[in-house]
Design a protein around this ligand. Structure first.
Ligand code: FAD
Length: 437
């Protein structure tokens, strides 16, 4: 029986394991290898950081859950990938071989690239639930002795939505505590303009998000390169359209949160730290073709934040393309069908749409966007705001955690709603690769 290893147990990895169980049935052995026994619902981390959720609310213990659905689980984590030998070496020295590998290891957080960045230094983080838990303790201390806050996303970042969410939620929480008047907030971003999001904007996100920031008295700086973060200030430089440094700023900050740049996890960086040859690019992101398959190692697929996508356009300060939840699910669906085809001796034909449906919660209301596909030019390009977005995001959190606990990738009613809205996960014009392997 072919053995499929799914490496990583986040939004991509867990959806992958469940969807493979549906597409390959019992004709393959499926094992998830992660470096933790827990699934965390990353989009809820900003709520954890403000004490609106406890970590336990957004975590699922995986060993027992996966066993119920006939999926093996190992929490040792991968130390080295050996794609030429169809094997991975685990952190405890064991070696697992596979017929098919799906890499879903998400990002490594490149805090080390800027002095003072990261929870071990002078900023709080919402990228991991453990960071968010520490941020919540810090938040309570801050509220006892409030002062200026700086929030944003640094050069090379690709995940801008959560930075906006956090800035707006902080505003909501401070207003509820009636101390907003004591807290000047500045949003500092590497984006060329507010609402660019690494994507050239979606619908009218530029004016929409500018207006949301203005309504909340949040000042902003764009085209910003963060130079250093001290315990009481953020030093940054505005970069001009010609790429030359412009005005420098030293923004007082009693609290700062920045989304860092991402890179591949250590086992994708290779011996020389320049990307595993044939598999990953120099930044450690897995190279995939239109079928989410690595062109060198054709039994290796990848889904989620760990895949390589070139920047959408050149900007004065580098920004990356975000990999969002529904887009990741479209990658998962394509890979599940493609591996099932290979197991059945056929060519992999399915291509993901990379459609994006995103909800950015601001604590009481929020902004939603639909980008079909996520990277322009698009067939659908829509953004909107309203109180319903907050309710929808809470509903989505409950719904996704239920899917993880219940072993389903996309229940029938989700498929029906998306079909009704014309939002597909698979491209209708997909073609098999020229030479089937
Ligand atoms: C704060 C935040 C909020 C976000 N909010 C939204 C949102 O609201 N909507 C949206 O669409 N997108 C959102 N995103 C973007 C995206 O949906 C998430 O980043 C999502 O978690 C990505 O899923 P993933 O599976 O690629 O990576 P992850 O969820 O990071 O999962 C990676 C997995 O790999 C494991 N792993 C890592 N290294 C190893 C190893 N060596 N061996 C084995 N396992 C390993 C990890 O433990 C983890 O289980 C958000 C991102 C962030 C950072």
């Amino acid at each position: 029986m072919p053995r499929i290893i799914v490496l990583g147990a986040g939004i991509g990895g867990i959806s992958m394991a469940y969807e493979l169980r549906e597409t390959v049935g019992r004709q393959a052995d499926i094992t998830v290898v992660s470096d933790s026994e827990w699934f965390q619902f990353v989009p809820s981390n900003p709520w954890v950081a403000l004490g609106w959720r406890k970590p336990a609310d957004i975590k699922v213990h995986l060993p027992g859950t996966l066993a119920k659905y006939g999926i093996g689980f190992d929490a040792a984590g991968a130390r080295r990938l050996l794609p030429a030998e169809n094997a991975i070496e685990l952190n405890d020295g064991r070696r697992l071989s596979y017929d098919y590998l799906v890499i879903a290891t998400g990002p490594a957080l490149a805090f080390d690239e800027i002095p003072g960045l990261g929870p071990q230094a002078n900023t709080v983080s919402i990228c991991h639930v453990d960071h968010a838990e520490k941020a919540a303790e810090r938040w309570e201390r801050f509220c006892e002795n409030p002062g200026p806050i700086v929030i944003g996303a640094v050069q090379g970042a690709s995940c801008f939505g959560p930075a906006y969410e956090f800035a707006m939620m902080v505003n909501t929480d401070l207003r509820r505590r009636k101390i907003r008047d004591k807290v000047p907030i500045t949003f500092v971003t590497s984006e060329p303009y507010i609402g660019h999001l690494g994507l050239g904007g979606v619908g009218d996100t530029k004016s929409l998000l500018e207006s949301e920031l203005r309504e909340r008295d949040i000042k902003w700086l764009t085209n910003a390169r963060v130079d250093q973060i001290d315990s009481d200030a953020v030093a940054c430089t505005e970069i001009g359209a010609d790429g030359k440094p412009g005005p420098q700023h030293r923004l007082p900050a009693r609290l700062a949160m920045f989304i860092p740049a991402f890179r591949g996890v250590p086992c994708l960086m290779g011996e020389d730290g320049k990307g595993l040859p044939g598999l990953a690019n120099p930044r450690g992101f897995v190279v995939v073709d239109a079928h989410q398959r690595n062109p060198t190692y054709k039994n290796v697929f990848a889904v989620g934040v760990c895949i390589a996508i070139p920047p959408y356009e050149q900007t004065p300060v580098p920004v990356g393309v975000p990999k969002t939840g529904y887009m990741i699910e479209s990658m998962v669906t394509a890979v599940a069908h493609n591996i099932a085809a290979l197991v059945a001796g056929k060519a992999p034909e399915r291509e993901p749409t990379w459609n994006a449906v995103c909800l950015a919660d601001f604590g009481n209301d929020g902004v939603a966007f639909v980008a079909l596909p996520q990277i322009p030019p698009r067939n659908v390009n829509w953004s909107g705001r309203g109180y319903w977005v907050h309710a929808a995001k809470v509903g989505f959190e409950k719904y996704f955690l239920r899917k993880v606990r219940n072993g389903t990738s996309a229940p029938i009613y989700e498929r029906a709603v998306m079909k009704m809205l014309g939002i597909d996960k698979l491209r209708k014009d997909a073609r098999p690769p020229k030479k089937a392997a």
